[in-house]
Design a protein around this ligand. Sequence first.
Ligand code: EPZ
Length: 415
Amino acid sequence: MDEIRIAGGTPLRGTVSIQGSKNAALPMMAAALLCRGVSVLRSCPGIADVFCMEKILQELGAFTWWDGDDLYMDCTLADKTEIPGRYTEKMRSSVILLGAMLGRNGRGRLGYPGGCVIGKRPVDLHLETLRRLGAEVFEEKCLIRASAKKLRAARIVFPRRSVGATEQGILAAVLAEGETCLENCAEEPEISWLCRYLRGMGAEITGEGSGRIRIRGVERLSGGDMKVPPDRIVAGTYICAGAATRGRIRLKNPPLEELTAFLEVYRKIGGQYKVKSGTLIADSTGVSVPADEVRTEVYPGFPTDLQSPLLAVLATIPGESRIRETIFEDRFKTVPELNRMGARITVKDGEALIRGGYPLTGCTVRARELRGGAALVVAALAAEGITTVEGYSFIERGYEQIGRDLRDLGGRVWR
Ligand code: EPZ
């Protein structure tokens, strides 16, 4: 059954390890395509999006296999250049493979990456970046075709911060002739992890984590071999689960330095945390203060991916809280489901007003996208009675074992 069931009302207590980061692993898998050899991603999360990206690499001619949670990708023969629409509709982030296919073979073709419930999710910045690097890009009704005899370096100033478009530019530039300069880049940690992985493969990249990244093209790359960093959004989601239930949890390997903005809000609502020999202890017994205006921002601001899980926490805190979503135009999709559980959230002009403190009651709710689904799980842990969250397949796109993890934290969760 595509659902998860939760008996709420118990403060979470326990210890959990944080899985590898989805949003770091996916671009690193695209980078593997740039090498005619074997690349490895250690501690790679076994999540639906990674399995989808793995299938795409196989479609292109790669051989992949797992050894425990280490993913091996042999891209020696991965010279096909077409990704069928059934994959790009399912996972829009596959669009970054276009840059990698161009870098490797000088051409690429893929189904138009669909939008999703959180917004239209255009790819104009991706395509403009590839054009600036010398590719001819044709957009047809349901597919994109690109070709370039040889990609050439360029100076590109992104008109807006975009994680995916920055990754697209990096993946296309590492084998392009000359020195490319990307400005107004996204600064999300996933960009830095991609650059580190590529540098380990022999790419010449500097400036990641700042707004300006310089890339000097090289002839070829060797295989990558790196550990996928822990997932900052999964860590934040579990802290939200602890906060919603006023529990006290321990995260064994938290990406602490990537959670600053989130932990600032956690402290503001009454959460307390400390680090003891690498373990983060999040004590939510004092969570009781409504949050005035929280705004989602590009990194290092409050992450849009934790906006929905925070909604669920604020619904349990008496008083008025506000969250403004500034990254995606339609990312409050899970509000009606939260309200069906007893939350009192209204959304107007990109801002959610949460009148918190009303009791949440378990019922059957439906996830429509990944982080909205995670928010329903967080709310269910705080609700009285049993909640069935349908649409579990959305949640497993990004959470490897959310049921097991929450049981490790003392939650009563089952499939
Ligand atoms: C990445 O999506 C993440 N996905 C998202 O995580 C995350 O929410 C987002 O970055 C912001 O941090 C992956 O890394 C796989 P953007 P991405 O390009 O690259 C607009 C999750 O839950 N835009 O930074 O698609 C776009 O519509 C997912 O794990 C254009 O207008 O995000 C959005 O409004 C959800 N044109 C804004 O920019 C473009 O060509 C930021 O999007 C590209 C984007």
